[in-house]
Design a protein around this ligand. Structure first.
Ligand code: AMP
Ligand code: FE
Ligand code: FE
Ligand code: ZN
Length: 283
């Protein structure tokens, strides 16, 4: 039986393991079905899929898209996508250009706040071609001794409500779901237990609204979900006829309390809990 972790990040976005390190660590952790789901990029996929093949593991191509707009802010996982899909890559390249421009503005804003920092310094903490983001800003602030810990960097400067934060251009949930479908994948709402709901919303109304936009499933099994939350999302998935997936959201040293493969009770997810449609997309 396959043991799965279908949510993990590499140095192509804000993880600290290279694609090869990630796959080797997954193999060592007993994972036999892995999905790489970097934020807004599939750059790690070819290398990760190659190493997974060498180690005899099954592999799912993935991406995690940030979305904002009706019915609210969320992250969408695209699983089983074709990483060479032209439309997908055009949109990811656009988001990457927008992100670079936003990072320039964020560095300028930090300088206005009296923090001596340049985007060049921040970019140097990431491998070439990576999607640079706030975790790299946080690392730079730490390296320069401006903060003593990474959480302090977010609390004082980088969190959504902190003075150094700048929003970035993102897709709407509808656009993100349509893009995932165009690239041949299934669209899942990531870590549904962590999303912030408006006062009038419940998890059920949010999932119902996303389902009307084409959502295929929910990440019911998630490292940070309580047993009650897992049950809640499994129940809602049955009720709303949504598929389920599961993953750790491993980021390496950027989230040291989230080990690779710790999906449910600290263990990888038995593949029998995953839908056949999803398993059939693995290479
Ligand atoms: P960005 O895409 O550049 O806006 O960065 C988003 C990433 O920053 C998320 O994926 C998290 O890994 C990290 N992040 C955002 N807010 C926080 C926070 N308050 N504490 C720690 N990490 C955070
Ligand atoms: Fe992240
Ligand atoms: Fe996420
Ligand atoms: Zn993630």
């Amino acid at each position: 039986m396959l043991s799965a972790d279908l949510h993990a990040h590499t140095t192509a976005s804000d993880g600290t393991c290279t694609p090869e390190e990630l796959v080797r660590r997954a193999h060592a952790a007993g994972i036999t079905l892995l999905a790489v789901t970097d934020h807004d990029t599939t750059a790690a996929v070819p290398e990760a899929a190659r190493i997974a093949g060498e180690l005899g593991m099954r592999f799912l191509t993935g991406v995690e898209l940030s979305a904002e707009g009706a019915p609210g802010k969320c992250h969408l996982l695209g699983l089983g996508i074709a990483e060479d899909h032209a439309g997908l890559n055009e949109t990811l390249a656009f988001l990457s250009r927008e992100r670079r421009e936003r990072n320039e503005r964020m560095a300028a804003r930090l300088r206005k706040l009296g923090v001596a920092i340049t985007l060049e310094e921040v970019t140097q903490t990431a491998p070439p071609g990576a999607n640079v983001g706030r975790p790299h800003f946080a690392q730079t602030l730490l390296d320069k001794g401006i903060v003593k810990t990474l959480p302090e960097a977010f609390d004082r400067f980088l969190a959504d409500n902190a003075p150094g934060y700048m929003a970035k251009t993102v897709l709407s949930p509808q656009e993100a779901i349509a893009l995932i479908h165009a690239a041949g994948g299934l669209a899942f709402i990531a870590h549904p237990g962590l999303i912030r709901l408006a006062g009038h919303e419940t998890p059920e109304t949010r999932l119902t609204a996303l389902r009307a936009l084409g959502l295929d499933g929910v990440e019911a099994y998630y490292s940070k979900h309580s047993p009650a939350q897992t049950e809640q999302f499994l129940r809602l998935a049955r009720k709303l006829d949504l598929l389920v997936t599961g993953g750790s959201d491993f980021h390496g040293d950027n989230k040291p309390d989230t080990p690779l493969g710790a999906v449910i009770d600290g263990q990888p997810l038995p593949a029998e809990l995953l839908p056949e449609r999803l398993l059939a997309m693995a290479r």
